[in-house]
Design a protein. Structure first.
Ligand code: SF4
Ligand code: SF4
Length: 346
């Protein structure tokens, strides 16, 4: 692998980071000006717990106030704008109509499709219910970018967990266009804010096969985990609190793309494995079903049941682990922990 100047990164990644770094220095030197304009933003919350919005609001650098004041113009959101009811809906529709191709559409939460989308009603118009499905179908194609905030919006996540009574799916299954999937349950504040700023200053980030920005999801948790040396020596924790690798306690870090081990959480102070709990794979396509039961080792995990087809869809395979829409990196190995555990990237 070609590297640069003693860096552990491949030359391509090193050059890319250097390019960003020089832009950043230039940007600071010039007094960190705002972009030439503040793109209108619509943040639509569907079947969600608000965790991804809270993560966005918890960003430290830049903080939320700075972002709202200098960089984006939030036109519709259920927490960040003062307008309510029909005024809020009018702002959404007006933004989509007058800023087609320019506005950023953030979607948080999965989109329920069963019963005509009845399980996520965003607004009413002339006495008609507007569901999340209706709104995303109608304005998704007009957005400059569509960003799925969190695993529910990206891939269905907990909202689509077995038996998925609302028929929830990720945004990419509703719109016919590329979606940037900032997965995580919730997403780390840096992942969503970093994606926003990449869009603002450099355009679309490079993404993996499931639409996740490589900036944050290029390597598995396992690659940089502080307990990796224990894994490599086959030294495994018997119970929570032991200092060894937690693979036998259900850790799915080997197939989970994220930079948690060095980015960390809660103001960069800690992350799950350092805090003695296994990675449960919250950024993956099949989460949470493919991580279940959480505390059994990867080869023994079993999905709780077959995917439930939506009305009109053919019956799906009956085997508990058949018919999944998981990428290769998310497939559980068939037996034992082999040395690299599908960790092709790590
Ligand atoms: S299996 Fe989990 S605890 Fe063990 S090294 Fe990998 S990420 Fe860390
Ligand atoms: S350690 Fe794993 S489950 Fe925990 S936040 Fe990171 S990716 Fe998600």
């Amino acid at each position: 692998m070609e590297t640069r100047g003693g860096s552990v990164l491949p030359a391509k990644d090193h050059d890319y980071l250097m390019e960003i770094y020089s832009h950043y220095r230039e940007w600071l030197k010039n007094g960190a000006p705002a972009p030439p304009w503040k793109p209108p933003v619509i943040w639509l919350e569907c079947n969600a717990c608000s965790g991804d919005k809270i993560a966005f609001m918890n960003s430290q650098d830049p903080n939320l106030g700075e972002v709202l004041y200098r960089y984006i113009d939030v036109r519709f959101d259920n927490a960040l704008v003062a307008a309510e009811g029909h005024q809020a809906l009018e702002a959404l529709l007006e933004t989509a109509a007058t800023h087609a191709g320019q506005f950023y559409l953030f979607v948080e939460g999965a989109i329920p499709l069963r019963d005509e989308g009845l399980y996520a009603i965003v607004a009413e118009l002339n006495g008609e219910r507007l569901t999340a499905r209706d709104i995303i179908t109608s304005i998704g194609s007009k957005a400059g970018y569509v960003i799925a905030a969190g695993t529910c919006a990206s891939f269905g996540g907990p909202s689509a967990a077995y038996p998925n009574p609302s028929g929830s799916v990720g945004v990419r299954d509703v719109v016919q266009r590329p979606v940037i999937n900032v997965s995580g349950c919730p997403n780390n504040p840096d992942w969503i804010m970093g994606t926003l700023f990449h869009l603002l200053f450099y355009g679309e980030p490079e993404v993996d096969e499931d639409g996740r920005p490589l900036l944050f999801y290029q390597y598995t948790v396992h690659r940089h985990c502080q307990r990796r040396s224990y894994f490599d020596r086959d030294e495994f924790a018997d119970q929570l609190g032991d200092i060894e690798c937690m693979f036998q306690l259900g850790c799915v870090g080997p197939r989970t793309p994220s930079d948690c081990p060095y980015r960390q959480w809660n103001g960069y102070v800690n992350w799950p494995v350092r805090a003695n709990t296994p990675c449960i794979g919250c950024t993956t396509v099949g989460f949470p079903d493919s991580s279940m039961p959480f505390f059994v080792p990867l080869p023994e995990k079993q999905r709780p049941g077959p995917p439930v087809p939506l009305p009109g869809e053919p019956t799906l395979p009956q085997s508990a682990n058949d018919g999944e829409k998981a990428s290769q990196v998310e497939q559980a190995p068939s037996n034992g922990p082999p040395p690299m555990m599908n960790d092709q990237k790590g």
